[in-house]
Design a protein around this ligand. Structure first.
Ligand code: 9MR
Length: 446
């Protein structure tokens, strides 16, 4: 993905936040001060910000500008700090109206989140609570709610149309907002009674096409991000998602944004022993399958929209490093799940850091004036190779964490434009007329 100056973006950040799912106003429990701390301590430049259909369209055909205003206010916090934002139309288990009493719930006993109550049709089929939230998907009432959404039942063709127009209302609001660069059309899609490639190449691809068309009526420039079916693909199985057309003029702006949750870590195993071998195999197949699907979709950019684990599990730090390396190798952006306080996140509820803060605070190029070929970070070292784009005049930006780069820096391969020790940003200009530039940054004197 590129910014307005044409630079390739390397995106690193969080999902913010799970707490938005059940909040009355749909906002995450996350303040501007929280963002300030995240920015200062981890140098992130990206957020996958959770929004929901129920908040965008609380009643059929009425789009809540009050809600979008609250979203815009938070986007403003990110914009002020130079972040890029991907809005994620989140859902789990379809809707907050899914509760163990069927579809009539008021959200108090909600088992899911996402769709509005008025768009939830379980047709009286049973929904039982489950020992793990993912198993809620197997409830007959939940499967039916999805079948009605995808119109597999033939009874609710209006729901997909509503969904597309709800997205159009969001895109209309953010179309001229420079910070919002991407729309993640649906979190972790689930096909109800149609699963696998039949779902992905069928109802899912049709919905994606319809939503993309609706977005493009009002927004030509934002990237449209497509997620595969979650179950299976998140655990490393191949996706059967098929290409959709981007009606914008110019090059398509479609991206692929799968998640990664190896079964081993989901079931609580540490990243050690046999579980580590299995996790490594999962990450490798996930990586290869992700690249294959991105090619299938038109050689599109990739964002790892979610990965995460309980940071207190043995080997958590190594697993996190492993996933960042995998993302780096395929040039993917990353949004960690999630910034919510707790052992999965960077901070505990009392504000003390988990190991994630140190794991996230790594050197990385943020914006590259051309096409990145490879980059790597060693201890106290960053290397970046790219093909400069002569049409891009803005400099290349590199983030350098303070623990590894406390003072001045030595740069080879490019000219330093600026090194700002407060923002931790190094900007460099590639020499003119070169086909490939290799930049190395180390602390002065190393
Ligand atoms: O971490 C979240 C957990 O607390 C919730 O109970 C659950 C259901 O809403 O969702 C979890 O977050 C998931 C996210 O919504 C989708 N991808 C997987 C995340 C981790 O399980």
């Amino acid at each position: 993905m590129t910014d307005d100056a044409g630079r390739s973006l390397i995106l690193r950040g969080f999902n913010t936040a799970s707490s938005a799912k059940s909040a009355l106003d749909g906002m995450p429990d996350f303040t501007e001060a929280d963002l300030e701390r995240e920015h200062a301590e981890m140098g992130t430049n990206f957020v996958r910000f959770l929004i929901s259909w129920r908040s965008v369209e609380p009643e059929p055909g009425r789009y809540s500008q009050d809600y979008l205003e609250l979203v815009e206010e938070r986007v403003g916090w990110y914009a002020e700090r130079g972040y890029k934002v991907m809005l994620d139309m989140h859902q789990d288990v379809y809707s907050g109206a899914i509760d163990s009493h069927g579809a009539g719930g008021n959200g108090a006993g909600a088992l899911g989140n996402g769709a509005p109550a008025w768009a939830t049709y379980t047709d009286g089929l049973p929904v039982l609570d489950m020992p793990r939230w993912e198993l809620l998907y197997l409830n007959p009432g939940v499967i039916r709610a999805y079948d009605n959404f995808w119109n597999t039942t033939g009874r609710h063709p209006e729901l997909a149309e509503h969904y597309a127009l709800a997205w159009q209302a969001v895109a209309e609001r953010f179309e001229d907002n420079d910070a919002v660069i991407a729309y993640d059309l649906m979190n972790e899609p689930f096909g109800g009674s149609v699963q696998g490639p039949a779902f992905e190449a069928g109802p899912l691809a049709s919905l994606y096409q319809r939503v993309t068309d609706a977005i493009r009526e009002v927004d030509q420039d934002s990237w449209v991000c497509l997620a595969p079916q979650a179950i299976g693909v998140n655990q490393g199985l191949p996706s059967g998602l098929t290409r959709i057309e981007d009606p914008r003029t110019g090059r398509p702006r479609i991206a692929y944004c799968p998640h990664l949750y190896p079964l081993t870590s989901e079931l609580g195993s540490g990243y050690e022993g046999v579980a580590r071998t299995l996790t490594d195999a999962t990450v490798e197949t996930w990586q290869a399958d992700t690249v294959r699907t991105a090619e299938e979709l038109g050689d599109v950019p990739i964002i790892l929209g979610e990965f995460g684990l309980d940071t207190t599990t043995p080997g958590a730090r190594e697993y996190i490093d492993r996933v960042y390396a995998a993302a780096r190798e395929i040039g993917a952006g990353v949004a960690y799940w999630s910034s919510d306080p707790g052992t999965w996140g960077p901070y505990l509820p009392d504000g003390s850091p988990t190991l994630l803060v140190d794991a996230m605070d790594r050197a990385y190029p943020r914006a590259v004036a051309g096409t990145p070929v490879a980059w790597s970070t060693g201890p106290r070292r960053l290397e970046l190779t790219f093909h400069p784009d002569p049409a891009v005049t803005a400099p290349t930006e590199i983030y350098l964490p303070s623990d590894e780069f406390p003072g001045d820096v030595d740069v080879t391969g490019a000219t330093v434009v600026r090194w700002d020790r407060v923002s931790r940003l190094l900007t460099v200009q590639a020499p003119g007329g070169t086909e490939t530039v290799s930049v190395t940054v180390v602390p002065e004197g190393d």
